[in-house]
Design a protein around this ligand. Structure first.
Ligand SMILES: CC(C)(COP(=O)(O)OP(=O)(O)OC[C@H]1O[C@@H](n2cnc3c(N)ncnc32)[C@H](O)[C@@H]1OP(=O)(O)O)[C@@H](O)C(=O)NCCC(=O)NCCS
Length: 167
C-alpha cells in the first residue's frame, strides 16, 4: 500500500465527483455491505449538514479511487458525544480490499482527529457502528472498544497530537 491522498467530497472536480458517486451508486449489500442508492442519499444528506465531512481517498501514485470515510455528528440514531464525532461511511473499493487501504484510511482519520483534539485543546471521543468482523478488527487496531450496553457500537478517544500542524 503506497501513500493516500485525501480530498474533501465537496471540493472534488465535477468529473471526480461523478466518478465517486458512480462507485457509491453501484454498491450492493452482498459485495459492499451497502445499498448503493441509499448510501448515495446518506452522503448527500450529510453533505448538506454544516460540520459533517466526507473524504475520498486516492492512490497518490496512480490517482486511483480507493475509498471513503465520513466524520459526522449523527449517524441515524447514533449521536456524537459532546465535542466528538461519529465515524461512518468507511468503505474501500472491492478490488483494493485486504491490501492495507482500510488501515491507511484509519491512520489518516487518526491524524485528522488528533488535529481536531489539538485545536479544541482536549481529547475527542468518537463513536461508530460496525458489524462486519473485518471492520471491527480494523477499528480495534485503532483503539475502538465496544460501548457497554449498545450492541455494535464502538468508541475511541483521541488525544491532541503533540506536534500537530494548525488547521
Ligand atoms: C472493512 C474495510 C473498510 C477494511 O478495509 P481493507 O482495506 O480491506 O482492510 P486492510 O487491508 O487495511 O486490513 C485491515 C485489517 O483487517 C484484516 N483483514 C482484511 N481483510 C480481511 C479478510 N477478508 N478477512 C480477515 N481479515 C482481514 C487485515 O489483515 C488487517 O488486520 P491486521 O491489522 O491485524 O493486519 C473493507 O473491507 C470494506 O470496505 N468492506 C466493505 C464495507 C464495510 O464493511 N465497511 C465498514 C463499515 S463499518
Amino acid at each position: 500500500m503506497g501513500d493516500l491522498i485525501a480530498r474533501r467530497l465537496d471540493e472534488l472536480t465535477a468529473d471526480a465527483h461523478a466518478a465517486f458517486f458512480a462507485w457509491i451508486e453501484g454498491m450492493s449489500a452482498g459485495q459492499d455491505r451497502e445499498d448503493g442508492p441509499a448510501f448515495a442519499a446518506w452522503l448527500r444528506e450529510h453533505g448538506a449538514i454544516p460540520g459533517d465531512a466526507t473524504w475520498v481517498f486516492y492512490d497518490a501514485a496512480s490517482g486511483a479511487l480507493l475509498g471513503t470515510a465520513s466524520l459526522i455528528r449523527r449517524d441515524r440514531t447514533l449521536l456524537a458525544p459532546v465535542g466528538g464525532w461519529v465515524l461512518g461511511g468507511v468503505n474501500v473499493v472491492a478490488a483494493a480490499r485486504g491490501q492495507g487501504v482500510g488501515a491507511a484510511i484509519m491512520r489518516w482519520i487518526d491524524g485528522e482527529l488528533r488535529r481536531r483534539a489539538a485545536a479544541q485543546g482536549r481529547p475527542v471521543r468518537v463513536l461508530l457502528q460496525a458489524d462486519n468482523p473485518v471492520a471491527v478488527h480494523l477499528y480495534a487496531g485503532f483503539g475502538y472498544r465496544p460501548v457497554e450496553g449498545i450492541s455494535g457500537v464502538y468508541a475511541a478517544n483521541y488525544a491532541p497530537e503533540p506536534h500537530a500542524a494548525p488547521g
